[in-house]
Each structure stands twice: as structure tokens, then as C-alpha cells.
Design a protein around this ligand. Structure first.
Ligand SMILES: C[S@@+](CC[C@H](N)C(=O)[O-])C[C@H]1O[C@@H](n2cnc3c(N)ncnc32)[C@H](O)[C@@H]1O
Length: 176
């Protein structure tokens, strides 16, 4: 289900980053992740790379990136961006739930607005944490339920539950 949804959404998703609000959101996210994501080592796993918006940054920072995504169409766009950069990424088109036992070890694990879509986020998070090398860095970015974005998506989901499948977590839950 998730695969079909994101395959269909890929073109619109990428186009959103070119809108005024998309550019601002991208810049804010970029500044925040640059400050917070500083693994001591080069091996990085990105879960839910999407169209590569953050993959590009990770490659530019010099990380050795393994990028996972369930959607062929989203990942195809990410591949194109990285090819245009002349960069290299190990691409892994799969549902993260299906490959938890095959991941290997990483210095950093990065995931932006993807855990909202996985059915058992706690189970995946626990497993990813186990795969971190000592001193590793894990960054999971999510839309908080009570944030303006979270409230907006919840409103839209009432009208269109098929398209807006986000799960919403309160900030207090995310911080636990
Ligand atoms: C909202 S997009 C975020 C993409 C990117 N991280 C970004 O910030 O632009 C969510 C991505 O997670 C992927 N995804 C959702 N569920 C997944 C799963 N179970 N395993 C792997 N990828 C998944 C989708 O295909 C989609 O590309």
C-alpha cells in the first residue's frame, strides 16, 4: 500500500520542494540536521530516502551512504540527483521492516518524515539503535502531531484519508 501511494506521489513530492514554502522548509531542515547529525565515522544508513532531498546533502558531506526506500519511483528520482552530482550511494529498494536483520553496522542512521508511515515504529527504532557503532548518531525526524503541519495534515486527512496516511505522534511521546 505504502509503495503504491509513494510511487504515485513521487513527481508531486519533488515539485513541492521547488515551491516557496518547500524551499523554506528544506532550508530550515537542512540547518537543523547539519547541527544535529554528526556521526563519528563515515558509514550512514538513510531510511526512507524519498526523492533524495537529504541523500544529496549526506553525499556532499562525504558520508558513505546506504539509502533504503520502499518506493521505486521515489528512489528513481534520488538516483538521478546523485548521478547528476557524480556521487555514489548503495541503493536498497525495500521495506525497512523486511530487511532489519540484513542491515549491518553504521556510524550514523538518518531518517526524515518516514517513521510516520511505518506500522511498528518502536520495533524498527529499537533494531536500528542496535546497529549503531559505539558513539553512533541516530536522527529520526518526524512531524509532531500538535505542530501546524501535523494539524494541517490531520484536517486534510479527514477529507482524504487515502492520500494522507500520516500517523501523528505528540511531541511528548516523541521525546520519550
Ligand atoms: C514523506 S517521504 C520522505 C522522503 C525524504 N526522507 C524527505 O525528507 O524528503 C517518506 C518516504 O518514506 C518511504 N517509506 C515509507 N514507508 C517505508 C518503509 N516501510 N520502508 C522504506 N521506506 C518507506 C516512502 O516511500 C517515502 O519515500
Amino acid at each position: 500500500m505504502t509503495k503504491t501511494f509513494f510511487d504515485e506521489a513521487a513527481a508531486d513530492y519533488d515539485a513541492w520542494y521547488e515551491t516557496e514554502v518547500g524551499k523554506v522548509a528544506d532550508q530550515v531542515e537542512r540547518v537543523l540536521v547539519q547541527r544535529m547529525f554528526q556521526p563519528k565515522g563515515s558509514r550512514v544508513l538513510e531510511v526512507g530516502c524519498g526523492t533524495g532531498q537529504h541523500t544529496v546533502w549526506l553525499v556532499q558531506e562525504g558520508y558513505d551512504v546506504t539509502a533504503v526506500d520502499v518506493s521505486t519511483e521515489m528512489m528513481a528520482r534520488a538516483r538521478t540527483k546523485i548521478a547528476q552530482l557524480g556521487g555514489r550511494v548503495q541503493w536498497w529498494q525495500a521495506d525497512i521492516e523486511d530487511i532489519l536483520d540484513q542491515l549491518g553496522r553504521f556510524n550514523g542512521i538518518f531518517s526524515m518524515t518516514t517513521f510516520e508511515f511505518v506500522p511498528q515504529p518502536e520495533r524498527i527504532l529499537a533494531k536500528l539503535y542496535e546497529e549503531l557503532e559505539p558513539g553512533g548518531c541516530l536522527l529520526i525526524g518526524m512531524i509532531a502531531g500538535e505542530s501546524p503541519w501535523g494539524e494541517y495534515y490531520q484536517e486534510v486527512a479527514k477529507e482524504n484519508p487515502t492520500y494522507y496516511r500520516y500517523k501523528f505522534y505528540k511531541t511528548s511521546f516523541l521525546l520519550q
